[in-house]
Write a protein that binds this ligand. Structure first.
Ligand SMILES: Cc1cc2nc3c(=O)[nH]c(=O)nc-3n(C[C@H](O)[C@H](O)[C@H](O)COP(=O)(O)OP(=O)(O)OC[C@H]3O[C@@H](n4cnc5c(N)ncnc54)[C@H](O)[C@@H]3O)c2cc1C
Length: 453
């Protein structure tokens, strides 16, 4: 008879926790999973999925406009926010149900409650008070939004969480932040016809991305009518009648209907019992783990955003899967965090993989840059001014492609496939000998012949 009630107790039913629980159960482990909110976690409930649905919604207005150049006369289109939110909520509820069914089918016991750690092998389920003894504990509690800076009146601001449930679409919004979530929401609101201002203390949007992409996105956003207040912060929010009066660090004042703060997220490690169990945390509260997602307490592991490695759903899923295979599947493995293709669902969209030019120059002496900026074929008849940017960063010594960066329609879909080549270690010569698909925008990736730098 085992000393433990379960082999694995997973705290958190998000991307990482759900995958780990299912795979571990598949390896024959007795698994219990606690989720204090809705099953599916940030990505499904208040992240990637609802966000992408809103992005789709936000792109129709431009499509209707573009249709005119192709001979279509589209009657003035009307948009209804409550319909979008209702339909989005129905889809999220459907997905949540699928997550639950899949876990149950895999044999995982679901506990709808907050759970906290009592010691290296004990988890307490708050709803029932039950103490569960587990051979292994996996912390997959993700992250949460934080409203920074905590300026006077910050309580009037919403975050991405509330943006998904606004009763009415605001007429004017200020989005504070320059990271991908702020960029995506500014794009969503602007596409839906909201007068949108994006406030960011940096000199460009999307810190950490390739500089050409950052420049091209800034230009595209300005062209779309998004008012960019860069090198600028928020100093206060005041409710005046039915509107919000915000002041900025440069003294400017702005009247809006909503302020959305998208400046930061924190690992969810507060009041989880981690310190009491002796689990080491980084200064920002993230759980410190090794390459195998193991904490300094041998029976406690952590995956996903709570470890603040690369905070993306596919990464959390891979980490959860690798953990389960390692601990319960007799097949040790770790996740390579080096080459991670990713998208920003701005409009125009961004797809990026590998090193940007500046990082490549820092790490490799001899770097060749291929860059192309052009008007997509679709824009010729529609008359849209948008340009597509494609950039390839190559190690001049080995010819290996170090990074690919795309801004334009379908960039997210393109970069998934380019990511395969870059992960395989493709060289520029491999790109060059790949036959072009004509006529596409993506063919530019295999036809850039002359380095620009
Ligand atoms: C607006 C937004 C858009 C995003 N868009 C993308 C995107 O396009 N692509 C992408 O790859 N990533 C995106 N992300 C990031 C992605 O959502 C996260 O990286 C991913 O969800 C992390 O998974 P996780 O398992 O670590 O944590 P989560 O998915 O956050 O799951 C953690 C779960 O643990 C639960 N929990 C916490 N504490 C406890 C406790 N004590 N007891 C029980 N349950 C607990 C929480 O309720 C939550 O459900 C986005 C995030 C946001 C906020």
């Amino acid at each position: 008879m085992s000393d433990f009630d379960v082999d694995l107790f997973v705290i958190g039913g998000g991307s990482g926790g759900v995958r780990a629980a299912r795979i571990a159960a598949g390896h024959g482990a007795r698994v219990m999973l606690a989720e204090e909110d809705r099953m599916g976690g940030t990505c499904v409930i208040r992240g990637c999925v609802p966000k992408k649905l809103l992005v789709y919604a936000s792109r129709f207005a431009a499509d209707f406009e573009d249709a005119a150049g192709y001979g279509w006369s589209v009657p003035k289109a009307a948009f209804d926010w409550p319909t979008l939110i209702k339909n989005k909520d129905a889809e999220i509820a459907r997905l949540e149900g699928i997550y639950r069914t899949n876990l149950t089918r895999a044999g995982v016991e679901i506990v709808d409650s907050r759970a906290v750690i009592e010691d290296a092998h004990t988890v307490r389920v708050l709803k029932t008070g039950a103490r569960i003894r587990a051979r292994v504990i996996l912390v997959a509690t993700g992250g949460r939004v934080v409203k920074v800076p905590a300026v006077p009146g910050i309580e009037h601001a919403i975050t991405s969480n509330e943006a998904f449930h606004l009763e009415r679409l605001p007429e004017r919004i200020a989005v504070v932040g320059g990271g991908y979530i702020a960029v995506e929401f500014a794009g969503i609101f602007a596409g839906l016809g909201v007068e949108t201002t994006q406030i960011h203390r940096g000199e460009k949007l999307l810190r950490g991305f390739d500089e050409d992409l950052r420049d091209a996105l800034g230009e595209a956003y300005a062209r779309r009518g998004i008012r960019l207040c860069l090198e600028c912060g928020l100093t206060s929010i005041e409710k005046v009648g039915g509107e919000l009066l915000i002041t900025l660090t440069d003294g400017r004042e702005l009247r809006v209907d909503q302020v959305m703060i998208a400046t930061g997220r924190m690992p969810n490690t507060e009041r989880l019992g981690l310190e009491e169990a002796g689990v080491a945390l980084a200064s920002n509260g993230a759980i410190v783990v090794d390459a195998m997602s193991r904490t300094n307490v041998p029976s406690i592991y952590a995956v996903g955003d709570v470890t603040d490695r690369v905070n993306l759903t596919p990464v959390a899923i891979r980490e959860g899967h690798a953990f389960a295979d390692t601990v319960f599947g007799n097949s040790p493995g770790s996740v390579d965090h080096n080459v991670i293709p990713t998208a920003v669902f701005s409009t125009p969209e961004i797809g990026t993989v590998g090193l940007g030019e500046a990082d490549a120059r820092q790490r490799y002496g001899n770097v060749r840059i291929f860059r192309s900026s052009f008007r997509a074929m679709k824009a010729t008849l529609s008359g849209r001014e948008d340009r597509v940017l494609m950039k390839i960063v190559v190690d001049g010594d080995t010819d290996r492609v170090l990074g690919v960066h795309i801004l334009g329609d379908g960039a997210g879909e393109m970069i998934q496939l380019v990511g395969i080549a870059v992960t395989m270690g493709a060289t520029k010569a491999d790109f060059d000998r790949t036959m072009a698909v004509h006529p596409t925008a993506a063919e530019e990736l295999v036809t850039m012949r002359t380095p620009v730098a």
